[in-house]
Ligand binder design. Structure first.
Ligand code: FES
Length: 107
């Protein structure tokens, strides 16, 4: 694979970056994102709810879903899809790579 075809990755920090927290707001390249610990998995999501922009960092993660604190829609952490009954766009998710030297965000 040519260098230009490789996905970009950005170093986030050590494996214990979340330090026991479920949600951790981060800023990457000027973008407000949210790291979410979902069981053994860590996912990154846009921090603003795609409905009306509520801070999802004030929400909660339960059973593989991220719940918005404002209107209580929830998002599937596998594909970002919103819970039934809502018609706005999916939550944008980003893959986190756990490498030997820490956590990387794939862009
Ligand atoms: S702002 Fe998140 S569901 Fe409305």
């Amino acid at each position: 694979m040519a260098e230009a075809e490789r996905p970009e990755r950005i170093y986030l920090g050590p494996h214990d970056l979340l330090a026991g927290r479920t949600l951790l707001p981060i800023t990457v390249g000027g973008h407000q994102l949210l790291l979410v610990q979902d069981g053994e998995r860590i996912v990154a999501a846009e921090r603003a709810c795609p409905h009306e922009g509520a801070d999802l960092g004030l929400g909660r993660c339960v059973g593989g879903r991220l719940h918005c604190p404002r209107h209580l829609a929830s998002f599937d952490l596998c594909d970002g899809s919103v819970s039934p009954g809502w018609s706005f766009c999916a939550l944008r998710l980003f893959e986190i790579e756990s490498a030997s030297d820490g956590l990387w965000l794939r862009t």
